[in-house]
Write a protein that binds this ligand. Sequence first.
Ligand code: GYE
Length: 307
Amino acid sequence: ENKAPATGAEGAGAPVAKKLTVGFSQVGAESAWRTAETNSIRGEAEKRGVDLKFADAQGKQAQQIQALTSFIAQKVDAIVLAPVVETGWDVVLTRAKEANIPVILVDRGIKTSDESLYTTLIASDFVEEGRMAAEWLAKKTNGKANIYELQGTTGAAPAIDRKKGFEEVLQKYPDMKIVKSQSADFTRAKGKEVMEAFIKSDREQIQAVYAHNDDMALGAIQALDEAGMNPGKDVTLISVDGVKGAFEAMVAGKLNATVECNPLLGPLVFDTINKVRAGEKVEKFIKSNDQLFEQSTAAQVIGSREY
Ligand code: GYE
């Protein structure tokens, strides 16, 4: 028999442990990647009995600022923010800091003059993803390609950094050039639309497509297919995320490669919140380790993909 004195919740009449309340401001639902992230964070909250206040900003920073303001007013225990763009957060984050509410950035970083305005960033290294994509494409094309780039949301960290890392590597390959580059907002519909415009003006020159996410590549594949242009063969396509749809497109021979970016951040997010609340120190950047997948192994790997 356990003779230890009753502590906390097990003692008769002891106060019930307060449920952890977390506000999560999500970008929106623009991509399969983001849906996977939302499900991971919501699912983990449910599993742990966390009261999660979820706010979908529909891609608008103003809505995210509103959501954060409301979380602060409700005195949540922690805020999880997936910031749509990099800049413009200082005012609202200062309010969170004044209210002593830790802010965990997920999947995208911010630019701020005061790093103390957030506790940590849990994300992938987007510059590194861009480098990986460019190195792979250089190998595939023997360092010679007319590249058409589909950028992510203007001002978003993954769009800025995936471009930066990619261009950095292109410096080494004088015969690889980005001929045209345009934002397609991380969506399949816009990816298709922008690709259609590229095809209309540049059909004969298009040799490669670099898309900042899989959804835009999948839209581009549709446009290339409809134009009778043989995506995956006559046009080489590489994108980022590693979602199920990308693996299906690789198995079908239409997408050539994808750089994984892990959206299953839920467990790590709540572990980190617990650490912060316990007063433990956490790293300022908690980095996911991602790898590149290509067509040749897609069929083998697809069954074990979790998103
Ligand atoms: O790559 C893209 C999404 O911020 C890492 O946002 C995330 C990106 C992801 O819409 O598909």
